[in-house]
Design a protein around this ligand. Structure first.
Ligand code: CTP
Ligand code: CA
Length: 219
């Protein structure tokens, strides 16, 4: 479908989207990562832009084309993503779909060498929670939406995250199948009002439905 531009229901609104994984360096040649493809987040950025929103997308390392009319900022690590989110504020709408690494590594300055059969220990440090920080900030977006990728007890975990992080909605994502990297998605929309089970659809269809829901909510 084409962009509605100035006629779109989100014209005049700003939106911030995070997407993809983060990479946390172990040493100059190695990193910790996760299986996030970024596809759902990129589709959401595209869908919001099509409804006329001014979209800034902060993307972790993924090989995906930038959607039309989306301003893209590339980052590698969770700390870089946190700083980029901060710098992109204020925004009316924020959708934090990125699979932010929960931990970074106290990285070595030089390539770690094998050492006679003794494996190195990695010292992990917890990353800041970008979503929870945004929920408490002076620039809290009017509509703040988080994601929850779960492999079990999806709704229970999503409701706990909604309360713990102080966001308005959680898009709960069942990642027990082949969702990571695939083109389809099964989600539940969890809000303080209740839980909606959405039918399995393409990531583009899920994104379009979510963008329309956002436009309705802001009206
Ligand atoms: N999130 C974030 N910053 C982090 C971790 C997560 O902003 N350091 C955001 C994600 O982008 C997502 C939401 O928080 O919108 C939930 O992420 P998730 O990994 O499901 O939650 P966690 O609190 O990290 O809990 P878990 O132990 O289940 O990973
Ligand atoms: Ca996590």
């Amino acid at each position: 479908s084409t962009s509605l531009g100035t006629n779109g229901p989100l014209f005049g609104r700003t939106a911030l989207v995070t997407a993809g994984p983060t990479h946390e360096p172990i040493d100059p040649v190695r990193y910790l990562a996760n299986r996030s493809s970024g596809k759902q987040g990129f589709a959401i950025a595209e869908a919001l832009a099509k409804l006329g929103a001014e979209v800034t997308m902060i993307a972790g390392p993924v090989a995906l084309a930038t959607p039309a009319d989306v301003k893209r900022i590339d980052v590698q690590t969770a700390l870089e993503m946190a700083r980029a989110v901060d710098a992109a504020l204020p925004a009316d709408i924020a959708i934090l779909s990125a699979a932010v690494a929960d931990w970074r590594v106290d990285a070595a300055d030089q390539k770690i060498k094998k050492n006679g059969g003794t494996a190195p220990g990695l010292k992990l440090v917890e990353n800041p929670d970008i979503l929870a920080t945004l929920a408490k900030s002076d620039h809290r977006p009017t509509l703040l939406i988080g994601f929850a990728a779960e492999t079990e007890k999806i709704i229970e975990h999503a409701q706990a995250k909604l309360a713990r992080k102080g966001c308005d909605w959680i898009v709960a994502n069942d990642v027990s199948g082949d969702v990571m990297g695939g083109d389809r998605n099964t989600i539940h929309l969890v809000t303080t009002q209740g839980v909606e089970a959405w039918p399995t659809a393409t990531k583009a269809e899920v994104a379009a439905r979510l963008a329309n829901r956002i436009a309705d909510a802001l009206h």
